[in-house]
Ligand binder design. Sequence first.
Ligand SMILES: Nc1ccn([C@H]2C[C@H](O)[C@@H](COP(=O)(O)O)O2)c(=O)n1
Ligand SMILES: [Zn+2]
Length: 202
Amino acid sequence: MNGATDDLAKMDLSERKRTDYLDWNEYFMATAFLAARRSKDPNTQVGACIVNEERKIVGVGYNGFPLGCSDDEFPWGKASDDPLGTKYLYVCHAEMNAILNKNSSDVKNCTMYVALFPCNECAKIIIQSKIKEVIYMSDKHAHKSTTIAAKKMLDAAGIKYWQFVPRKSKIVIDFSEIDWDNLNQLPVTPVKSRGIHQNGTS
Ligand SMILES: Nc1ccn([C@H]2C[C@H](O)[C@@H](COP(=O)(O)O)O2)c(=O)n1
Ligand SMILES: [Zn+2]
């Protein structure tokens, strides 16, 4: 063993860098899936997370009805004799919501992480908003014309897409495992001593 390895071996676990942290792809895909948990769709919950070139999240969204269209009044069903009686004519897809929810001026050259491969309508919005890469988890509708058309357009526009295959089968946030006592002992710097007032001015 060389000196550095020797030192590392002697180190207490609490002094060593953690090794089981999430990598960037896991972190952003998990964020997309966390957003999906907000969806009221009883059948398919989709989340999307947009990340810029500095690996900062600039938009998150999930599938749901537009503003003002009540989750309790509009239909969540998939089948009806009347097309107005299903969700399909009303629901905003996660990808569209993530782009519209952006907190940056645009999403040019960003990467989108999404639970399900984008449909043709979302592909159009992705292309027009200049997103450069799409990372998806499921391609369960690969056989549908909406997905085939989406891929045709993404290919033509030169947008890369690839499937994320997770290394771990679970990423769990278990609130019951969090050591709140320890968290409470973290030093708290009073806002005033940092020279920042509540309104953000210094
Ligand atoms: N890429 C996608 C695909 C679908 N969605 C939404 C639209 C619906 O709310 C739901 C699909 O419903 P299903 O036919 O599976 O019952 O997922 C989306 O947001 N993004
Ligand atoms: Zn879509």
